[in-house]
Ligand binder design. Structure first.
Ligand code: NAD
Ligand code: MG
Length: 385
């Protein structure tokens, strides 16, 4: 029986994970969870899972309110509360379904405590990929990806990881895939929140439209599978049925093909990749089915170039990329800046940043804070709209 702790239980990945748990009550026991602002699910989860020992809520006041209501459960709050929650609940596996930089510290912490981590929070690898891999190399913890592309690559590599020529990460192109760059000037947040194939949290949906998400996924693939950037490619694929693929040196392709449903990769990660799965093999990806592919165009999606920079330079570039993006995306969601301003903000900060090599966790936290401050000042002064 896996003692599972879910960080970000109220989000898109978190709630889909909860829906899976009801189907396998003998395999997982929910020992704790965290939520951000949405506290509505707390009471029903406490009723449903008597094994819950601890809960973390972002807000201190709300955490005090629930602590009074449920004295048998220990409540924590804030970013550091997430770490105390891990300590208190003694899980065997932590699912990190948090969104953004806040997911970095708990990932590092859980791995350093030798725990299994099912990771949806790709930002942790974008910012702290080097630190995470150092821990794994020391034999600390285990990491299982939840991102659908990486779950597919993981499965394909399990079947055959020899003579791989390219890792091909598929991309839907996001909400604005049918628009040219000129047409992007006046798009609004509500238009961007309509993803063509997946239903996800707001931040990742915007990241899909800018393709910062794909840039993050290249970095994620690099750290998870240790492949160099010149072996990783992006391919536009309309239907999101092919979740990524490997091309071998003999010209064969191997892919995972299924309808877009995050419960598949979530389940695969929760079971540590130890459940049956299928991959599809063909000598040309056009033969997979009646699917549509388009060559990836870096001029249309310029943010993908920063994946190369982060992987080649390493150090503090991932932290700057992520923090600039996070602040800009939330400003766009509040209608404070235009869609294209997200790209301008990221480019400006990435181009002027002077790298710190091998940053510690504390240094990454400092760079994150400073970058966000800079973005907020730029927006406040109206330098970028
Ligand atoms: P979401 O916004 O729906 O949920 C995020 C969760 O994190 C919520 O529970 C929220 O309350 C919590 N949270 C946010 N900020 C917090 C803070 N400061 N402190 C504590 N808790 C906080 O996001 P999501 O779509 O579920 O995505 C989660 C992660 O999974 C992201 O990194 C995303 O890139 C990745 N991912 C998501 C999908 C998907 O289908 N949704 C697919 C692949 C990868
Ligand atoms: Mg993905």
């Amino acid at each position: 029986m896996e003692r599972l702790l879910i960080l970000g239980a109220s989000g898109s990945i978190g709630t889909q994970t909860l829906s899976l748990l009801t189907k396998c009550p003998d395999d997982f026991s929910l020992v704790g969870f965290s939520v951000g602002k949405r506290t509505r699910i707390i009471s029903s989860l406490i009723k449903k899972y008597p094994e819950i020992k601890g809960i973390c809520i972002q807000d201190k006041k709300k955490s005090e309110y629930f602590a009074y209501k449920y004295p048998e459960i220990k409540f924590f709050y804030g970013d550091d509360g997430l770490l105390s929650l891990i300590d208190y609940c003694s899980p065997t596996m932590v699912e990190n379904a948090l969104v953004g930089f806040v997911g970095l510290k708990p990932t590092i912490y859980a791995l350093s405590k030798n725990l299994k981590v099912a990771l949806a929070n790709k930002e942790a690898l974008v910012v702290g990929g080097e630190l995470v891999n150092e821990l794994l190399a020391q034999g600390k913890g285990k990491l299982y990806p939840i991102d659908s592309e990486h779950s597919a690559l993981w499965k394909c590599l399990k079947v055959d990881d020899r003579n791989v020529d390219k890792m091909i990460i598929t991309a839907s192109g996001g909400a604005f895939r049918k628009l040219n760059r000129d047409e992007l000037k006046n798009v609004k947040a509500k238009d961007a929140l309509a993803h063509p194939t997946w239903k996800m949290g707001a931040k990742i949906t915007i990241d899909c439209a800018t393709m910062v998400n794909k840039s993050f996924e290249i970095i994620e693939a690099h750290y998870l599978f240790n492949y160099p950037i010149n072996k990783i490619e992006v391919l536009l694929h309309d239907e999101s049925h092919i979740h990524s693929m490997l091309r071998y040196k003999n010209g064969l392709y191997r892919a995972e093909i299924s309808k877009p449903d995050m419960r598949n990769p979530i389940k695969f990660a929760l079971y540590e990749g130890l459940i049956p799965f299928k991959t599809y093999q063909a000598d040309d990806y056009h033969k997979f089915g009646d699917y549509h592919f388009h060559d990836f165009d870096i001029k249309r999606y310029p943010m993908v170039k920063f994946a190369r920079k982060v992987i080649k330079e390493k150090g503090s570039f991932g932290a700057v990329f992520n923090a600039a993006n996070e602040e800009a995306v939330y400003a766009f969601l509040r209608d404070e800046i235009s869609f294209l301003a997200i790209e301008k903000i990221i480019s400006k900060l990435m181009n002027k940043h002077i790298k710190i090599s091998h940053p510690s966790l504390e240094e990454l936290i400092k760079i994150d804070r400073e970058t966000r401050e800079e973005v907020r000042n730029m927006i406040k002064k109206g330098e970028i709209r």
